[in-house]
Unconditional design. Sequence first.
Length: 575
Amino acid sequence: MSLTSTLFTGLSGLGVNQTRLNVVGNNIANVNTVAFKASRALFTPQFYVTDADGSPPGANFGGTNPSQRGLGASVAAIEKDWTSGTIEPTGRGTDMAIDGSGFFVVDGPGGRKYTRDGSFNLSSANDLVSKNGDFVQGFGVDAKYQVIPGQLGRINIPMGAQTVAEATTKAQMVGNLDASGDLANGAKILLSSAMTSAGGTTAPDATTLLTDLEQNDAGNTAMFALNDVVTVNGTKGGREVGAQKFTVTATSTLGDLADFMQGALGIDMGLSVTGAPTAGVTIEADTATTVRLGVTSNVGVENALDITSAGFQKQDGTGPLTFMEGSAGGFDSNPTGESVATSFVAYDSLGTPITIGFTATLTDKTNEGTTWSFTAISTDDKNLNNPVGAGAVVGSGTLTFDNFGKLKSTTGTELSVDRDLTGSGTPLNLNLDFSGMTSLTSRTSQAVMTQQNGSPIGTLDSFSIGEDGTITGLFTNGRTRTLGQVALATFNNPQGLMDRGNNYFVEGSNSGVATISSPLALSAGAVRAGALELSNVDLSEQFINMIISTTGFSAASRVISSADRLMQELLNTSR
């Protein structure tokens, strides 16, 4: 009986040590498997045979201890070592490692699974997938590129496919406006060639139809015909304003043309200076039967207007009106005073570039400081289309500086560019930030736009992943957008997870329910992009365990062989 139990006891020793060798062999085989977690086999004694229960001590007796014989060992548990492995950089943008607790969440055939293996790739549909083809799960973004927490789904990174554009809402101006300059005075005054009404018997006025106008020449040549397209262009301070077109209709009048030219040339009717001529396009009396168009620019050298022979033409190349310097209202054409001009590009919601011209003119000096009046124009403003609208002026205001040259107050800093019928959001409203401007004594005035927050169309060119799992896309226009966020799952008892192979785990009966959050939230660790977590197998420890297991296996086999010899001796005694 005792020898038979010894055989089974030795057999149990063979079994547990063989199991431990299997565990050690698996650990060593996966020493280079990404994010592999080593296991260990834990033994426990099997049940005992009690030969004597023992007895309690008495007054004249010390008592006896129980007498028990063990019947071998069994495997109590095979546990994972969940300590993190070494993180090794790989340089691949889709590789990720978890620094701390947590698991990546993937979904595919067989349902949801969890893994520490972050060797991911982009599929042909630009979905982030594991090497086994399962979809990596995370949080998407809304139309404003803000992460939508709690809505778990596939992570899509549309390289080369997604495009973005952003409307300009703010532009920053910096520079210095020369406080020692002369106050602006005078204006450039242009007078057109003379024109008369049909038949040459009366002087035209604002209500005269354009189709009834004639040139004041020998043949009283008709100036305009129905559906004529007139191109108006000029220079302001030597800078081209931008060609604009006016279509002659059956109801177009001379007053309509004057209003159109006023807008197309960027004349700011809100900018007036005491003692200077009133800016605008007016109808000036010439003779009893003729009139001329008078063009008066805003004050300041940088606002001086010129219209060349090609600045007012019809589609056939003829110029029914020519302009030259003149005088009006007792003022001669002589703009003077300190002014500065610059231009910058803004963008509408579709990424269309819009050129905005900016002119500032010194209009007042007091013991408290200086005041500069500014005008912003844009020939991309769709109000220039017929019917006549507000024109090229998209904003005007003032900059007031104290006697230390610091900006004290501003007005009219909100510009509004009409983008009607362009498909983009309209109007385009943008604010000019003048906080970087000063007005100190200098040789010249300077103003420049240093930055604005709009952008043209851009295509997703690359991406990066932050430690909180946020995926940020970089577009070819220099803009960045959030594309999504990688999710991590944590468990109250990771030892309770079931290993399904391929570095995948699923929830077990004792693991608890997965808590899914963003990295660095709750108990989840950080994500390290461009890196992979290595196996945490310690080869030296595994070799020692292999030696110990081998020794245990050999010793257990000796127990069996010894019991066998004793049984042979016992049988021999009967011969």
